[in-house]
Design a protein around this ligand. Structure first.
Ligand code: SIN
Length: 484
């Protein structure tokens, strides 16, 4: 890989300010999903390296928490600047290990860095509170304190931004962190560690443990009593396991889990905007985001026109290597992911869905799946029930607000929902009725560091970003002063 700053490409893990090999020099291979070619070998850590990262993070916590918010802010700000200065290299590493188009990878680096910028500011604002005393001689003060060592377990679909979105508020709050990136995309994490070292974080404040055995490292991170908080982004299935594992040591937990986002188009929607929003909400990252539109509901009066225009727009999406100009759909992350898409599409067609475009793997043995549109979809199909996590848009026709709200909420998930329409009274009614943590109204994109990202129901709890984001890494303590 040709980078301006070749130091950013490393396979070593990062513990206590040092880039290290794993015990017994164990490694695992990282490959490019575009062509399956080997990129680099990565240090394959296990429970013992994880323990040492936790110990070092705990030692570093003693002095990191003592810094003022402004002192922590200065280092975070430098980290942000370095990410922006190295955006081309960071994006290249991301595209090569994950597959998303380079322009999208750059967008992710910018998005991820913006959390560092945001929380560099918020570091100065861990405000407490004063409460009028309940007795004449009493005064009550609330202070917020960093919770301690944080474990961050992050996914492959946003290998850079999901790290910064967790780590920036944790570090701003005065916590120290041990990060376990996905084994499919450890290189973006390592590149962030190089820049963290350059930014001047003291040793042990930020640690990265890469592994090909995530269960073992996950067990250590969740069972070790020194870790006081787990933040996880990934599937609901794994989130439930980690939550159970955290219960023995009663850790504070944040979970950003799976979604099954409805995308509703009402008759009075601006159709051009709705098509544009649907493309963005469905096909970003080849459909591999937790907030991707999963089920599209279109009202009967606009159904034919919307479906026709949307399908035409989908047919224009260019598939290919993320490094090629003009490409908007890269490969899926791995063979398992393609098989899972093949399975849900076959299930829908078997049960009577109509295939308007796509429907297949692009070429035999490749990890590309054609952007796909299905109509005549019904709630018994897997595309309705489960998170698709690929470039497949199932379209349902509906008649009334009541019916679509019931269908939209008919899922255990509650992460993101979207709808398009112009009637302001209906906008309020629908926004309030949708059982989701985030609702996009006349927009297909809702991710930003200034707003609280997170879900309800089986999509998890905790919020990332915004003025609320640091609370997940702070303990609240109340001081009751008597004898006044
Ligand atoms: C995710 O898929 O988990 C994150 C998507 C986003 O931040 O937009």
């Amino acid at each position: 890989m040709n980078l301006k700053n070749q130091r950013l490409l490393t396979g070593q893990s990062f513990i206590n300010g040092q880039f290290i090999n794993a015990n017994k020099q164990k490694t695992f291979s990282v490959t490019n999903p575009y062509d399956g070619k080997h990129i680099i070998d990565v240090a394959d850590c296990s429970a013992s390296e994880t323990q040492s990262a936790i110990t070092k993070a705990n030692e570093a916590f003693v002095s990191w928490r003592q810094l003022t918010g402004t002192e922590r802010s200065t280092i975070l700000r430098r980290w942000f600047e370095l990410q922006m200065e190295n955006i081309d290299d960071l994006a290249m590493i991301l595209t090569v290990e994950q597959g998303k188009p380079l322009a999208e990878a750059k967008g992710e680096i910018r998005y991820g860095a913006s959390f560092v910028e945001w929380f560099a500011e918020e570091a100065k604002r861990a405000y407490g509170d004063t409460i009028p005393g309940h007795q004449r001689d009493k005064r009550i003060v609330v202070i917020k304190q960093p919770i301690g060592v944080v474990a961050a377990i992050t996914p492959w679909n946003f290998p850079s931004a999901m790290i910064t979105r967790k780590v920036a508020p944790a570090l701003a709050a005065g916590c120290t962190v041990v990060i376990k990136p996905s084994e499919l995309t450890p290189l973006s994490a390592n590149a962030l560690a190089v820049l963290a070292q350059d930014a001047g974080f003291p040793s042990g404040v930020l640690n990265i443990v890469n592994t090909s055995t995530p269960e073992k490292v996950g067990k250590e991170l969740t069972a070790n009593p020194t870790v006081r908080k787990l933040s996880f982004t990934g599937s609901t299935e794994v989130g439930k396991i980690l939550l159970r594992q955290c219960s023995d040591t009663v850790k504070k937990v944040s979970l950003e889990l799976g979604g099954n986002a409805p995308f509703i188009v009402f008759d009075d929607a601006d159709i051009n905007e709705a098509v544009e929003g649907a493309i963005a909400a469905k096909y970003r990252n080849a459909g591999q985001t937790c907030v991707c539109a999963n089920r599209m509901f279109v009202q009967d009066g606009i159904y034919e026109e919307f479906t026709q225009r949307f399908t035409k727009a989908v047919q224009q999406l260019i598939i290919g290597s993320g490094l090629e100009k003009g490409v908007v759909i890269g490969p899926l992350i791995e063979e398992k992911a393609v098989q899972s898409i093949e399975f849900v599409v076959a299930d829908a067609i078997d049960k009577g869905a109509n295939l308007l475009t796509g429907g297949n793997r692009k070429d035999k043995d490749s990890l590309f799946f054609q952007p796909t549109v299905l109509t005549d979809v019904t709630p018994d199909m897997k595309v309705f029930i489960q998170e698709i996590f690929g470039p497949v848009a199932p379209i349902f026709k509906f008649e009334t607000d009541e019916v679509v709200i019931a269908l939209a909420n008919d899922t255990p998930y509650g992460l993101a929902a979207y709808f398009y329409g112009r009637d302001y009274a209906r906008i309020w009614r629908v926004a309030e009725a949708l059982e989701y943590g985030m609702v996009g109204i006349n927009t297909g994109m809702l991710s930003t560091p200034v707003a609280p990202f997170g879900g309800i129901k089986e999509s998890g709890f905790g919020r990332e970003g915004s003025k609320y984001g640091m609370d997940d890494y702070l303990d609240m303590k109340y001081l009751c002063w008597g004898g006044i």
